[in-house]
Design a binder for this molecule. Structure first.
Ligand code: NAI
Length: 473
């Protein structure tokens, strides 16, 4: 293969943008082009207002952009000139047809494969290509990609590799600088192994060799689905225990800590919450469930499906607890929603539990006032719908959102929420003033002392109130 290999990526989203930016920074001798069909997105990548928010991203983009990092809508030229072509397009859950609600929708992905094949076929230059699945895809997708390429493109040697992405939004740049591992799967043939080496060598420029794992194709594809399933399962597991804590007087933070110090279990991903969100966990588990069913393993499918069932229940439970605690009605009551993104340090709201909670409270005819430091106004319209938005207030300031409210619900764990002046907020609220901590990030004792009625995930409300001397609910 050409050395150094020119690299391009189809899809300039949450994955394609940051991964290629870091690759360009770490490999200044390699030309990296990030392409997208969406002209607005590319224009934003070429401006000072990037299309996505990630801590540290702006600086890295500014360092590499124009040097060896380029954002372009000219997909054909990029495919023609590059040796390594990443495909990082959406693979959402299918909305209709066979497997609707579970299977991955591979429309974008197949279009990208056909586009690569068409350009290679028409090109006079028959240099070999390495096509890299960056998108999370069902196991065996590489077979389909290879079949599309073989049928539509003659004379070009191409290898299809799987290189799933493990970054987490909100910490993407750190994750990409120092990944726990980079996984490269490919065909175990001489040509396949050479392609694996070529891609692995790019990563080895900044990732220690022992962290660059190479496997066969199917292991790499399945590892990504499995990793997300295990991560989401931990959240659903601790959330299931949070419900038991609330009725028994155990405290989920104490239980989480006590089990997490066991080195066989480990401490991470044990925070009880209003439920997990994000574009990946739910869709990847549903995809896994669908795969298991299609391979004749209904018991395995059912086992993993429970992770989603528990998460849906947790989101509903939170909204129900709010209504029940506020004397079984929130109709006409102003409720401040603090945080709308699915996690802190991102403006991404895909599958955010805030959407479910806001919808449930709107159905109960509450008057919502939402504050999030990063979510754009248009995003609220997209997530909640135009009609609902006519009755919802979006605020630029958390104190404004809370003023006059009967209750506050903390949905995203933004650090700024920890240091708000809760005395000032309490003074501005209707009484009794309720606070529902969906992330357990606040100082509940202090809030009780101020006079708030506190409800927190996995904490026994009666116990909090009794020990703080406030009236029992
Ligand atoms: P995204 O929606 O932010 O970005 C995808 C981009 O691909 C869009 O800008 C779209 O316009 C573009 N696109 C679609 N078809 C195209 C084509 N034929 N040519 C060029 N561009 C095209 O999606 P995101 O979040 O970056 O996810 C991409 C994939 O990565 C998905 O499979 C996802 O499961 C996976 N993934 C996502 C992670 C995340 O944290 N968001 C983490 C790990 C994997």
């Amino acid at each position: 293969y050409e050395d150094p290999p020119k690299i391009c990526c189809l899809g300039a989203g949450y994955v394609g943008g940051p991964t290629m930016t870091v690759m360009a920074k770490k490999c200044p001798e390699i030309k990296v082009t990030v392409c997208d069909l969406n002209e607005r997105r590319i224009a934003a990548w070429n401006s000072s207002a990037l299309p996505i928010y990630e801590p540290g991203l702006q600086e890295v983009v500014e360092e590499a952009r124009g040097r060896n990092l380029f954002f372009s809508t000219d997909i054909e030229s990029a495919i023609r000139e590059c040796t390594i072509i990443f495909v990082s397009v959406p693979t959402p859950t299918k909305k209709s047809g066979i497997g609707a609600g579970e299977a991955a929708d591979l429309t974008y992905w197949e279009l990208a494969a056909r586009q690569i094949a068409a350009v290679c076929n028409a090109s006079e230059n028959k240099m070999p290509k390495i096509i890299v699945e960056k998108s999370t895809v069902p196991v065996k997708t590489a077979d389909a990609m290879a079949a599309v390429m073989a049928a539509a493109c003659k004379g070009t040697d191409f290898q299809v590799l799987s290189n799933p992405e493990f970054l987490a939004e909100g910490t993407a740049i750190d994750d990409l600088f120092k990944p726990d591992r980079v996984l490269v799967g490919g065909p175990q043939t001489p040509q396949g192994l050479a392609a694996i080496e070529c891609l692995a060598n790019v990563y080895r420029k900044w990732v220690p060799t022992e962290r660059v794992l190479t496997t066969n194709l199917w292991s790499a594809e399945l590892s990504k689905l499995t990793a997300n399933a295990f991560l989401a399962q931990r959240i659903s597991s601790i959330n299931s225990i949070s419900a038991l804590c609330e009725v028994t007087g155990a405290d989920v933070s104490e239980v989480g800590h006590a089990i997490g110090v066991d080195s066989r279990i480990g401490p991470k991903f044990f925070k009880a919450s209003v439920g997990f969100g994000g574009s990946c966990f739910q869709k990847d588990i549903l995809n896994l469930v669908y795969l298991c069913r299609s391979f004749g393993l209904p018991e395995v499918a059912e086992y993993w499906h429970q992770v989603i069932v528990m998460n849906d229940w947790q989101k509903r439970r939170f909204a129900n607890a709010m209504v029940a605690t506020m004397f079984n009605t929130v109709s006409g009551k102003r409720i401040a929603i603090l945080g709308f993104a699915f996690k802190k340090d991102t403006g991404d709201t895909r599958e955010s539990p805030a959407i479910d909670v806001c919808k449930a409270l709107s159905e109960e005819r509450a008057k919502l006032a939402i504050y999030d430091p990063k979510v754009s106004r248009e995003q609220y319209y997209e997530d909640l719908g135009k009609e609902a938005m006519e009755k919802i207030e979006i605020d630029e300031d958390p104190y404004v959102a809370c003023a006059g409210a009967h209750a506050i619900a903390v949905i995203t764990e933004w650090d700024v929420f920890k240091t708000l002046d809760y005395q000032k907020i309490f003074n501005s609220m209707s009484k009794p003033a309720f606070i529902f901590d969906g992330r357990n990030i606040l100082d509940h004792r202090k809030l009780s002392e101020i006079g708030f009625t506190v409800w927190a995930v996995g904490k026994c409300m009666k116990k909090v109130l009794d020990t703080e001397g406030s009236p029992s609910p």
